[in-house]
Write a protein that binds this ligand. Structure first.
Ligand code: ADP
Ligand code: ASP
Ligand code: MG
Length: 605
């Protein structure tokens, strides 16, 4: 007999009719000989309605009372589903997070799960009952036994954490679409269903805007190797499997706060090419990377930063042995990039062969901004200057001077208590052969981001540590951190501009925090722009395949969409564009990679 955890999202339990349909599906699963724990979300848009009620009585309701309010939504659906099951002759019992013993940190509205007690669940399961558990909520360990919530969309995380704690055979996430698709079918109805996706790819997609799964749910499944499948509660289609690498043994205590970093890697076969002062207009990145792709050169990191005026920098890294070819391409293209033929300040190519890349990786970094800040602080303590930064949900990479690489490696291994011999690769142990993975698996759009820019940051070790340490203290997660390549001399001090993206809700808080810092550090002004959209392509198959970036940038150029920022990691490329061009960009890019299927996906209202 298998033990299965099923989770049904808001739309799946949006009406009493739907709840009855879910009850039938649950009973069918029991009749197939399985034991069942069912996690449910609040009905339909209940959580949004509750949020709006709070706004009617308070301009800034405290997080404790919000948790008290929002946790009621799930309590309604567990009771109704249990009643429906009993009405159909299936014994069942509903339990809140507190009744189960889903123990979390005392952090209201974003609590992480520490441990799940299984005795009460097991007792009911042994009595042949279906246990219906409220998703999204837990209870703190403090004496006060505070009700906590895990963050919006957190029922997925409740389900996977329950599955792992109960050592279930699999976890099934039922939703309103047939599974994980190449993009959001509400924007692109021709989005295609995937049979499977790696947990690393799904982590990136989920955190870059594909809300079909809560990223923390994917993280737990990946860490513990829990078989996870996403499928529709409207059909009997098999859905999409999320495939995890073979897990290392892990304790179930401190479930969501286990070691954040499990690998430190060094790559000293890197060289950097930067194009400075190139026009900020559509089509420039496309031209450059098309030329690079024609030479069959594989590019590793790409960054493009914003700048004062209408000139930009683009920098990229390649393996050392092709640096001459990459430089030649850049030199050949630079003169033609001059925006104004009479302008003297023309594009310039800068090459640095003496660089190395150090990286920390681990799925536990998600939503823990303190980890990247700790990396920057560690490098700063060693007096190591960071030349380029690139972040993804599961990795932070820094390009540094080659001469510093040994010190960087040993200090990071020590800081994160990682044995340098256990260099972790995210693709290591992956059951899917990377050669069989398409270059681009999916495209995601995130409208809820804001871009912050900090001008004239003195170019010396420790600045990134200060900036991102401060934001980490405020629990603000940062993505796409980019420093300009050009130095601007201000009062005899070389300075660079730093730009990065945060969730829109954190934009103003981040700006206020940085304004204080700016005074102490002698930096220039801080600006925030919320009218941006981030569009990203994700695929483990893009590793070692030249031309993927070129195709992405060309699709945007053909639509005359200007790229404001570019950042990459091994398996993703993200571009910031103007907010009102986000949807057009998503459609164009989805098309360019031939991701559309023959059938339109219908999403229930
Ligand atoms: P639930 O209430 O079941 O948790 P969500 O609304 O949280 O459902 O997530 C499902 C929604 O995610 C879909 O209706 C779809 O609009 C959206 N979505 C965004 N990106 C994707 C994607 N790549 N694949 C599938 N669905 C996606
Ligand atoms: N009901 C909660 C929300 O709407 C949790 C969830 O549905 O996953 O965010
Ligand atoms: Mg959801």
């Amino acid at each position: 007999m298998a033990l299965v955890v099923q989770k049904y999202g808001g739309t799946s339990v949006g009406s009493t009719e739907r709840i009855k349909a879910v009850a039938q599906r649950v009973i069918k699963t029991v009749q197939q000989g399985n034991s069942l724990v069912v996690v449910v979300s609040a009905m339909g848009k209940t959580t949004d309605t509750l949020v709006n009620l709070a706004k009617e009585v308070s301009t800034s309701p405290c997080r404790r009372e919000m948790d008290m309010l929002l946790s009621t939504g799930e309590q309604v659906s567990i009771a109704l589903l249990s009643m429906a099951l009993k009405e159909m002759g299936q014994s069942a019992v509903s339990l809140t997070g507190a009744q189960v013993g889903i123990v979390t940190e005392a952090e209201h509205s974003r609590a992480r799960i520490l441990q799940i007690k299984t005795d009460r669940l097991e007792k009911h399961l042994n009595q042949g009952e279906v246990v219906v558990v409220a998703g999204f909520q837990g209870i703190s360990t403090s004496e006060d036994l505070e009700i906590t919530t895990l963050g919006r969309g957190g029922s997925d995380t409740s389900a996977v954490a329950l599955a792992v704690s109960l050592k279930a055979n699999r976890c099934e996430i039922y939703t309103d679409v047939p599974g994980i698709l190449t993009t959001d079918p509400r924007i692109v109805p021709e989005a295609q269903l995937m049979e499977e996706i790696t947990a690393d790819e799904m982590l990136e997609l989920a955190s870059l805007g594909a809300k079909v799964l809560h990223p923390r749910a994917v993280e737990i499944a990946r860490n513990y190797g829990m078989p996870l499948v996403v499928l529709s509660s409207w059909s009997d289609n098999p859905g999409t499997k999320v495939v995890s690498p073979l897990p290392k043994p892990r304790s179930l205590t401190g479930l969501e706060i286990t070691k954040a970093v499990d690998g430190v890697e060094l790559d000293n076969d890197q060289a950097k090419v930067a194009l400075l002062r190139i026009p900020d207009s559509p089509g420039i990145a496309a031209r450059l990377f098309n030329e690079i792709a024609q030479q069959n050169l594989d590019v590793d990191l790409i960054i493009q930063s914003i700048h004062e005026g209408n000139l930009n920098d683009i920098a990229f890294t390649v393996v050392k042995k092709v640096i001459k070819q990459a430089e030649a391409v850049a030199e050949a293209i630079a003169p033609s990039l001059r925006s104004d033929p009479t302008q003297l300040d023309e594009a310039e190519v800068m090459v640095d062969k003496r660089v190395a890349k150090v990286e920390i990786s681990g799925a536990g970094m998600i939503g823990r901004p303190g980890i990247a800040a700790k990396m920057f602080r560690t490098l700063a303590t060693e007096g190591i200057n960071i030349e380029m930064i690139s972040t993804s949900e599961v990795k932070v990479s820094c390009v540094i001077d080659e001469a510093d690489c040994d010190r960087a490696l040993s200090s990071l291994c020590q800081a994160f208590e990682v044995d340098s011999s256990s260099l972790a690769s995210s693709t290591e142990n992956n059951p899917i052969n990377p050669d069989n993975i398409p270059a681009v698996r999916g495209v995601a759009l995130d409208h809820n981001q804001a871009r912050l820019a900090l001008r004239h940051v003195p170019d010396r070790p420790g600045m990134a540590a200060k900036i991102f340490g401060l934001l980490a203290e405020k629990n603000i997660s940062v993505d796409m951190i980019i420093q300009s390549q050009r130095c601007h001399i201000l009062n005899d001090v070389p300075t660079r501009d730093v730009a990065f993206t945060v969730a829109q809700a954190d934009g103003e808080t981040a700006k206020q925090a940085l304004e204080e810092l700016v005074k102490d550090l002698d930096c220039g002004e801080v600006s925030v722009d919320s009218a941006i959209a981030k569009i990203s392509i994700v695929g483990a198959g893009m590793i070692g395949k030249p031309g993927v970036a070129a195709k992405f940038f060309t699709a945007l150029a053909q639509e005359q969409i200007n790229i404001q920022m570019i950042a990459t990691s091994e398996i993703k490329i993200s571009c910031v564009v103007a907010e009102d061009e986000g949807i057009k960009a998503l459609k164009a890019v989805h098309d360019a990679f031939n991701l559309a299927g023959d059938l339109e996906v219908e999403v229930p209202a």
